[in-house]
Design a protein around this ligand. Structure first.
Ligand SMILES: Cc1cc2nc3c(=O)[nH]c(=O)nc-3n(C[C@H](O)[C@H](O)[C@H](O)COP(=O)(O)O)c2cc1C
Length: 341
């Protein structure tokens, strides 16, 4: 197994085992819902349908970019794709950089379009790969392989710096993203991978024409920790816990993005309460990675479906108990700050 394939397999094993969480929390625990004893909605009239990037989805959940590029990734991508096709949920593949270096890995990505002919699928490339400018043909190659509906650029300097042979050149990424937006026909989404997007980063990228931001904040999977484990650095290191909590990212992004650009909440989304709080805080969708990989490892397709159905039931109940008929009814007014947290 080559170095990149080995790394990607380690990523699945370490995250699925639940060994690489943050010590700091997402911040969702700082808020509680304000119970509505007089909801004035009928439970059966509640819909979870959500509009994102001009498409309707059954539920405000995006399955985060995760894998591809080695043979063990193929069945994982196939399960995610079949599940998203059935439930009409958007999802992303993992970084496709490996496809450019090793064309034989294409099938581990293109399987998603075979399993999900009509689902919304996002391609994925690292910001560091865009830093020196990337040929338009190469980008088109990545998009065509999965007939992508959008392309996600992941920003992950923390992870790269903790990787033995990770990228060290980050200058020029912003201009690379601007060129990408001009070169492609599909929407461009920018995400972090768990250390969070600050208000400053979002405002720098807003005028580049990005269509949506996924804050991917701290409190869930720590990619500093993942790489430290891979390096045998088991004693605590400051990079284990480096990053901006998800809730702080959302609070910083909601005003600058209002009516301009769509906001995805992710990084430590672990329940339907986290999804609902995310929407109250201004997100249109929540995205989730680690619980998905764990559910698939433990129970395959059925494990993923069971988790989702539970979240869907719980989310519907939360909407009802807040007097909301649809996800867009969720607002800051449904939350109260818990004293002392
Ligand atoms: C196994 C695994 C592989 C990942 N690979 C990628 C990737 O290739 N590209 C990317 O943008 N994010 C990748 N991520 C990061 C996630 O998309 C997500 O931003 C991050 O894990 C935080 O979400 P979580 O707390 O729900 O895990 C990966 C996550 C996991 C669990």
């Amino acid at each position: 197994m080559d170095e990149i394939a080995k790394r990607k397999k380690d990523h699945i094993d370490i995250t699925a085992a639940g060994d690489a969480g943050y010590t700091k929390t997402t911040g969702f625990e700082r808020y509680d819902f304000i119970h509505d004893a007089l909801p004035e909605v009928n439970y059966d009239d509640i819909t979870c349908e959500t509009r994102f990037l001009n498409r309707w989805f059954s539920f405000p959940l995006f399955i985060s970019s995760m894998t591809g590029g080695h043979h063990e990734a193929t069945p994982v991508n196939a399960v995610i794709a079949a599940f998203c096709e059935k439930y009409n949920l958007p999802f992303g593949v993992g970084s496709q950089r490996i496809m450019l270096e090793n064309p034989s890995t294409r099938n581990s990505f293109s399987i998603v379009r075979e399993e999900a002919p009509s689902a919304f699928i996002a391609a994925n490339i690292g910001g560091a790969q865009l830093a020196g400018g990337m040929a338009k043909e190469q980008i088109e190659h990545l998009i065509d392989a999965i007939r992508a509906d959008a392309i996600i650029v992941h920003l992950n300097p923390l992870q790269e710096l903790r990787q033995k042979h990770g990228d060290r050149r980050f200058s020029g990424i912003r201009e690379g993203i601007r060129s990408l937006v001009n070169d492609v026909q599909v929407p461009v989404i920018v995400k972090e991978t768990g250390a969070g997007l600050s208000e400053s980063v979002i405002s720098q990228l807003l005028d580049c024409g990005v269509s949506a931001f996924d804050v991917a904040g701290a409190g869930g999977t720590s990619w500093g920790r993942v790489e430290n484990i891979r390096n045998g650095q088991l004693d605590p290191h400051f990079t284990d816990d480096w990053g901006i909590p998800t809730v702080d990212c959302l609070l910083a992004a909601r005003e600058p993005l209002k009516d301009k650009c769509e906001l995805i909440s992710s990084g430590g989304i672990r329940s339907s309460a986290d999804i609902a709080k995310s929407l109250c805080l201004g997100a249109v969708m929540a995205a989730v990675a680690q619980p998905v990989i764990r559910a698939i490892r433990d129970g395959g397709y059925d494990g993923l479906e069971t988790m989702f159905r539970q979240w869907e039931d719980d989310f519907r109940m939360i909407l009802c108990l807040l007097g909301c008929e649809r996800p867009t009814d969720l607002d800051m007014i449904h939350l109260r700050r818990v004293q002392g947290r």
